[in-house]
Structures are given as structure tokens and as C-alpha cells.
Design a protein around this ligand. Structure first.
Ligand SMILES: Nc1nc2c(c(=O)[nH]1)N[C@@H](CN(C=O)c1ccc(C(=O)N[C@@H](CCC(=O)O)C(=O)O)cc1)CN2
Length: 297
């Protein structure tokens, strides 16, 4: 199937499926109340996960995926009737509809291995996202984007013109109605103004096993340190460089035989698989952010 066919088939197959994400103060009876609410509204629970941060007085988290006949016509009715339960348990909650495939933008600089992994998994249906555009401060990826009929925007960038660059980027993102931004080895620091437009909606891949080697050139610094493990970390972007909530990490062993280029070669395979897993879990609404941490169901 083509991407368009995959997209429409997925939307049709999942038009009556939704996910309910909940965060609330922990107490007995929460799962029972939510599952009873869903049953009373004709829903069938397909997957249910929950986590109690501290039964003695912390927060409680739930992710329930369910199907419900005619859900696509009953969204407002069900969400409004849930307020009785949410008020009783002081819940923060979100209903997320599986057929609402997330409009996504991919930012890339010179290195393309992470972009290629995302596009490969998107083409084979493993990453169900609606790629609105690719934005880059390098022209390298233009032909790849055009070959897949993805709008490509080349916007040269450096720290001296950050404001102008981001103004144009934000225009494009609004034009494409983007709700998820993936930094696929995009090597420009985003300003607080930019980040504020997309809270916990920007996923980055950092090419180190954080919190080690935050910032630029982590492989060179890892080599100088003589590490025996290198890694990659995918996290939500915040104003604190490479210190946002971690979604996924991976590591591989290295040795004294490995030079910087070897670390980069080994690292590229870690980066692209870690980023793809993090993006997949976000697209499946499996990630709840709690402070500067995540719960991944
Ligand atoms: N606000 C944030 N912006 C970005 C984050 C983040 O966590 N918060 N992650 C980075 C990605 N990154 C490492 O993964 C990273 C990219 C770039 C730099 C850096 O020092 N860039 C220089 C310019 C370098 C160049 O032009 O080649 C700069 O922007 O001044 C550090 C870390 C993405 N953005």
C-alpha cells in the first residue's frame, strides 16, 4: 500500500478507538470508577496500564485504550459525561482518538541517518504519523524529501539570526497545523519562545547517554574521557539544553580500539533506533510527562 492508502486504512480501522490518559492523586477506587464509566458507555477496554508513584500520597497514572461503537460521533457526549468521574477524583485527563494521526514536522541538519530511519518506518507503516514537512538548515535532505512528496524548507540558521529563523519556522509549522516536532539531529538550540509554542511536543535525539556529555560534540568528549559505553537519549525539548524529560535511551559497548569516528559509527545505529522507539511511543500516546520525568506505558 502507498502511504496515503496506509493512512486512510489506518484511520478507517481505528475510527472507533481512543486512549484515555489520566493523572490524579492516588486513592482506592480509581481504576474501578474509570472502567465502570467506560463499560456504562458501551466501551470495550483493549489495553489498560496504571502506575502509582507513591501509594502513601503521590500521583496515580492510567492509560486505557478502548473501542466503542460510533465513537467518532460520540466524542463530545462521552468527554462531557466523564467530568463526573474526573471531578470526584480531581483528575487531569485527555481523550486521544487513534484516528487523529498526529501532524508531524521533522527538523534535520547535516546528518541524515535519523531522518532516514523515521522515513523508512513511516513508509512501512511502523510510524503512523502525518508528515507535514521537513525543515532543515542544510540542503542535503531536499532530494530525499522531494522523492517522497514531503514539503521541504531550507532555512539557513546560526545563533546570530535565531529569532528570524524561528519566526519563519513557526510560520511554516502553523501553516501545516503541526502538533509534533521531531529533531532528527537538528543542531540548533531552540529559544524559550519557540519551545513555549510546543510544550512536550518536541522530541530530540541527543547523541550521548544523558546526563553525560550534554551539549555539542559528545562523541569527541566521550573519546577523551575513555568511556566503555556510548549511548543515545531521546527526550522532550525544554529550555534546559538536553535536560528535558527522557523518553528512551540505548547504549553499546566500545573499547580502547575505537576512535572518534568509530564511536560516531556505532552511535548512529543507537541514535536512530532510540529516536524511532521514542517517536512510536509518543504517537501511540504511551508517554505521560510528570515533572521532568516520563511514565512510558
Ligand atoms: N531548547 C533546546 N534546544 C535544543 C535542544 C534542547 O534540549 N533544548 N536539543 C538540541 C540538540 N542538541 C543535542 O542533542 C544540540 C544541538 C546543538 C547544540 C549547539 O551548541 N548548537 C550551536 C550551533 C552549532 C552549529 O551551528 O553547528 C548553537 O545552536 O548555538 C547543542 C546541542 C537541539 N536544540
Amino acid at each position: 500500500m502507498t502511504n496515503i492508502e496506509l493512512y486512510h486504512h489506518f484511520r478507517e480501522q481505528n475510527k472507533d478507538r481512543a486512549r484515555l490518559l489520566i493523572k490524579c492523586p492516588d486513592q482506592p477506587g480509581i481504576v474501578s470508577a474509570v472502567s465502570t464509566f467506560l463499560m456504562n458507555n458501551g466501551a470495550n477496554i483493549i489495553e489498560s496500564s496504571q502506575y502509582s508513584a507513591d501509594p502513601e500520597g503521590g500521583n496515580f497514572f492510567i492509560r486505557m485504550e478502548f473501542s466503542c461503537l460510533d465513537l467518532h460521533n460520540r466524542r463530545i457526549e462521552i468527554e462531557q459525561s466523564f467530568h463526573e468521574v474526573s471531578t470526584k477524583f480531581n483528575m487531569e485527563f485527555q481523550f486521544l482518538y487513534v484516528s487523529d494521526v498526529k501532524k508531524t514536522a521533522i527538523f534535520v541538519s547535516k546528518e541524515q541517518h535519523c531522518l532516514m530511519e523515521l522515513l523508512w518506518e513511516w513508509q512501512n507503516g511502523d510510524l503512523m504519523m502525518d508528515i507535514g514537512c521537513i525543515i532543515s538548515n542544510n540542503e542535503n535532505a531536499e532530494q530525499l524529501a522531494k522523492s517522497l512528496n514531503i514539503p521541504f524548507y531550507y532555512i539557513p540558521a546560526n545563533k546570530d539570526i535565531r529569532a528570524q529563523v524561528e519566526e519563519r519556522q513557526l510560520e511554516i509549522l502553523k501553516e501545516h497545523d503541526i502538533e509534533l516536532i521531531i529533531l532528527a539531529r537538528y543542531m540548533q538550540i531552540l529559544t524559550p519562545n519557540f519551545v513555549s509554542h510546543y510544550p512536550n511536543q518536541i522530541i530530540n535525539i541527543h547523541h550521548s547517554f544523558l546526563p553525560a556529555f550534554i551539549g555539542a560534540r559528545p562523541y569527541e568528549r566521550a573519546y577523551a574521557r575513555g568511556v566503555k559505553l556510548i549511548g543515545a537519549t531521546s527526550h522532550y525539548v525544554t529550555n534546559d539544553l538536553d535536560e528535558g524529560p527522557i523518553i528512551e535511551q540505548g547504549v553499546e559497548r566500545v573499547s580502547h580500539h575505537d576512535k572518534v569516528d568509530d564511536l560516531k559509527r556505532i552511535g548512529r545505529n543507537i541514535e536512530r533506533s532510540v529516536l524511532a522507539r521514542a517517536v512510536k511511543w509518543h504517537l501511540q500516546d504511551r508517554v505521560i510527562v510528570d515533572g521532568n520525568k516520563t511514565i512510558v506505558f
